[in-house]
Design a protein around this ligand. Sequence first.
Ligand code: NAD
Length: 253
Amino acid sequence: MAALAGRTALVAGASSGLGAGFARLFAEAGANIVLGARRLDRVQALARELADAGAQSLAVAMDVTDETSVIEAFDRAEARFGTVNSIVANAGTACPGRSTEVPLAGVRKVIDTNLIGTYLVAREAARRLIASGSREREDGRIILIGSITAEQAHVGDAAYAASKAAIAHLGRQFAREWIRLGINVNIIQPGWIHTEINDAWYRSQLSGAAIAGLPRRRMQAASSLNDMVLYLASDRSQAVTGATFVIDDGQSL
Ligand code: NAD
C-alpha cells in the first residue's frame, strides 16, 4: 500500500524548490495534496500536473506571515479533503549579507517568514487536528524545515541561521505540548541544495570555492530528503517526535 494512502498532506511554500518536490512526492505516495503558496498561478499549475498524474490535489493561496491567510488556506483544505494530517512547514526566505549591512526590514522579513510563519502553519494544523480527534487517532504528523545553519556559524544571513535555530526548538516545544494529543512534530535540517533561495549565490563567483570546501565538494540533491520526509509524514513514524534530523550529505562534518 502507498505510504500516505488515506492521508491529506499540506505543503506550505509549495510553489518552488523543496516544497514543490515534497508535493510531488506526497502525491506519488497516495496522499490528497494541498499546495499552499503566495504565487497561486504556480501552485495551480503544479496541482494540474499532479491531477494529470492521478492525484487529488488543491492549490490554495497562503502567505505564512498572515494569520488570516493561513486560517483560510486550512479552511479550504478541510472543505475539500477533511482534516489535514501530514503537514510540512517549508516556506522560508533569506536575506544574505553581513549583519552590519543587512537592512532591518530584511531581518524582520526572515524572522516573520521562517519563525512566525512556521509557528502559524504548525499551530493551525494542530488546532484542527486536536478539534477533529487526533488524540484518539494519533495521526498528526508535522514536519518543520530547519537548516544546518542552525548549528553552524557562517558569515552572512545571521537572521536566517537564528530563525532556523529557533525552529529546531520550536519543534521540540510543539512536540512536547502535543505529545498526548496525537500529533508528532519533527525537524529536518538540510544542507546546501540549489533552489531559488540561493540561486543568485549559486550563479555568483562566490559559490565555486564554497562548494569545493564542502566535504563531498558538491551541493546536496533535493531528492536526498525524500525518504525521511515520507517517513515522518506517514503512520510509520508513530514513535518519533521532537527529533531533529540532519540530512545534509555530510556537509556539516
Ligand atoms: P525556495 O525559495 O525555492 O522555496 C521557498 C518557498 O517558500 C518559495 O516557494 C517561496 O515562495 C515560499 N515562501 C516564502 N515566503 C513565503 C510566505 N510568506 N508565504 C508562503 N510561502 C512563502 O527555496 P527552498 O530551498 O526550496 O526552501 C524551502 C525551505 O528549505 C526553506 O524553509 C529553506 O529555508 C529551507 N532550506 C533550504 C536549503 C537550501 O539549500 N536550499 C537548505 C536548508 C533549508
